[in-house]
Design a binder for this molecule. Structure first.
Ligand code: IPE
Length: 264
């Protein structure tokens, strides 16, 4: 089996989003185990992870996503360097779990190679063309901007889009989330929520966005980006990262429990 697989570990899967810098090491470990299995099968994995409580809380507190504000600029700059440091720490833990499985990784922090936010960010993606067997690992981060805002937040979902669409040979783009088996017809905690086996932008769902926590776009951004990816990549799925065996099932059988994402 061959081909590139781009995987995003959502911040809500690998951390407790509501409380500062709380990592869910078990979740990362169990995903890492399956990443090792699919690598053994011959797939080349590219990994993106979110920030969760290592990024959103301080970014929200200091309005980092909307760029520099003169009245609080010094505190914002401190928050920017703090968040970057915290993200490197989270990234090291993720990479540590992958290395425990015998995987070789290369950390690629966006603050070193990307400029600008949203899906049009600039950056040389050829650094992701790694030698065989080395997994490039990147993440949502605070990046510099060149439009006068000084800094902003680049979501891992936008990086997913660009990597999936621009790397040659991507057969799968998979988003692992931490609070549902896939896209549900209503917020997952509501009674009677039903898993949608497929979703495209023409299908309406009642999704919630926790703006008080999330400075990027929550599940909506993921769904939009996933759908854009599905115009170019055959297999785009949003699945439950708490059940990582589904990753293996999807890659070996072409199907699993989760939501297959369609273009509009
Ligand atoms: C957000 O990245 C980055 C920061 C807040 C620093 P993501 O949008 O990829 O993160 P999650 O998956 O929502 O946590």
């Amino acid at each position: 089996m061959s081909g590139k697989v781009v995987i995003k570990l959502g911040g809500g899967l690998i951390t407790d989003k509501g409380s500062m810098k709380t990592i869910n090491t078990e979740a990362v470990r169990s995903v890492a185990k399956y990443v090792a299995e699919i690598t053994d099968l011959g797939f080349a994995v590219l990994l993106v992870h979110g920030a969760g409580s290592y990024g959103h809380i301080l970014a929200k507190k200091w309005s980092i996503a909307s760029g520099s504000r003169r009245s609080i600029l010094e505190s914002q700059r401190e928050a920017v360097s703090r968040i970057r440091k915290d993200m490197i720490e989270l990234n090291s833990i993720v990479i540590g779990c992958l290395e425990e499985q015998g995987l070789q990784c290369e950390s690629l922090p966006p603050s070193n190679w990307a400029m600008g936010t949203g899906k049009e960010f600039s950056g040389n993606l050829t650094i992701f063309e790694n030698e065989k067997g080395v997994i490039p690992v990147t993440f949502g981060d605070v990046v510099d901007t060149n439009d006068g805002t000084e800094f902003g937040i680049l979501s891992g979902d936008d990086i997913m889009l660009r990597l999936s669409n621009e790397m040659v040979g991507v057969g799968h783009a998979i988003f692992l989330i931490g609070d549902a088996p896939g896209i549900m017809d209503r917020p997952p905690h509501q009674d009677g929520a039903i898993l949608l086996e497929t979703w495209g932008p023409n299908d309406s769902v009642n999704s919630e966005h926790y703006e008080e926590i999330d400075v990027t776009g929550g599940i909506r951004l993921k769904m939009e980006r996933a759908s854009e990816i599905s115009r170019n990549v055959q297999n785009v799925w949003i699945i439950d990262g708490r059940q990582p065996s589904r990753l293996l099932e999807l890659l070996t059988r072409g199907q699993t429990i989760g939501t297959r994402i369609m273009p509009s």
